[in-house]
Design a protein around this ligand. Structure first.
Ligand code: URA
Length: 302
């Protein structure tokens, strides 16, 4: 292996470790080499640079695997682990059909099949139909703007949260506040860039004082994210927090029991996990989320 390739490898590892540490994977105790701009003089030095100083991580710590391709981000190289399907322009779809098999330990009880998406549905047509929405009272309760799903509408991976907060309401994009920053870190630790995945919410308008959306508000808004799921057709949806999980899957199982196990949502795999805002309040839960995200990453890689 060339020195330049080794330097690149170190840079990749270094960046992944930084993300993991930020996510709370503190069992990794490594000396982080400065790979860029620093000359690596010998193989010996490279080996030392990546050696674990204390106990090595447990075998199942699951450091992101060496990628087969790398992409540029902000001047440094990061892994682009699972491939994102490159699909031709968003096709018209119908809602995925229910599948018979459900995970044994957490059966999903969906109340009723979602409305089939109109055959002409596209992300644009759904947005146009939402328009300057007044279908629920959130439109009258101080929302600045409607916060639509963003990102890659051909992605294999989609994240769905509860409802916009103050930052999202101000900027018009989902997950752009503190919780959003943490979500971005999680996405990057999985080997993606934020722009490569789709990110949305069950409710598109900010509830006053960030209260939970009420049932009538969710009932008015939920059909649109279901139709977007039908258009995007992700392989995996990560649903963030109890409210979003309960509203998407129509179950009331506590998130602490629901998380970590793939659910089946009409043929789409759904991984419920803790909401990043909860992680900000209880950073110890970051490790659980990382375990869940490894399962998602592994499924996308398989
Ligand atoms: N919390 C959410 O559930 N969604 C956002 O967009 C921001 C914070």
């Amino acid at each position: 292996m060339q020195m330049s390739e080794l330097s690149e490898l170190i840079a990749d590892v270094r960046e992944q470790v930084l993300f993991l540490q930020e996510l709370g994977v503190d069992a990794l105790d490594v000396r982080l080499p400065e790979a860029e701009g620093e000359r690596v003089d010998s193989l010996q030095m490279v080996a030392e640079a990546v050696v674990f100083e204390k106990a090595p991580p447990p075998a199942d710590i699951g450091l992101p695997k060496r990628p087969t391709e790398t992409v540029k981000r902000g001047g440094s190289r990061i892994a682009s682990l699972p491939s994102l399907r490159s699909r031709t322009p968003v096709q018209n779809n119908i809602m995925p059909k229910p599948t018979a098999a459900k995970p044994a330990d957490e059966p999903v009880k969906v109340d009723a099949p979602p409305e089939p998406a109109g055959s002409a549905d596209t992300i644009g047509s759904i947005r146009a139909e939402i328009g300057d929405c007044t279908r629920c009272k959130l439109s009258q309760l101080g929302r600045t703007q409607i916060v639509h799903t963003t990102g890659n509408f051909q992605a294999d991976l989609m994240f769905i949260g509860e409802a916009p907060g103050a930052d999202e309401d101000e900027q018009g994009s989902p997950f752009v506040g503190r919780a959003g920053k943490l979500l971005t870190d999680i996405i990057m630790a999985m080997g993606f860039q934020r722009e490569q995945v789709a990110i949305g919410n069950i409710n598109r308008c900010r509830p006053p004082a960030n209260r939970k959306p009420e049932p009538d508000e969710t009932a008015a808004c939920r059909p649109f994210i279901l139709r977007e799921i039908a258009v995007i057709k992700p392989k995996v949806i990560v649903v963030l927090g109890a409210t979003a999980a309960h509203n998407l899957l129509q179950v009331s199982t506590p998130i602490s029991r629901l998380r970590g196990t793939f659910q089946d949502y009409f043929g789409v795999k759904v991984m419920p996990t803790f909401h990043p805002a909860y992680l900000l309040r209880d950073p110890h839960k970051k490790r659980d989320v990382w375990e869940d995200m490894k399962k998602v990453r592994d499924l996308l890689e398989s």
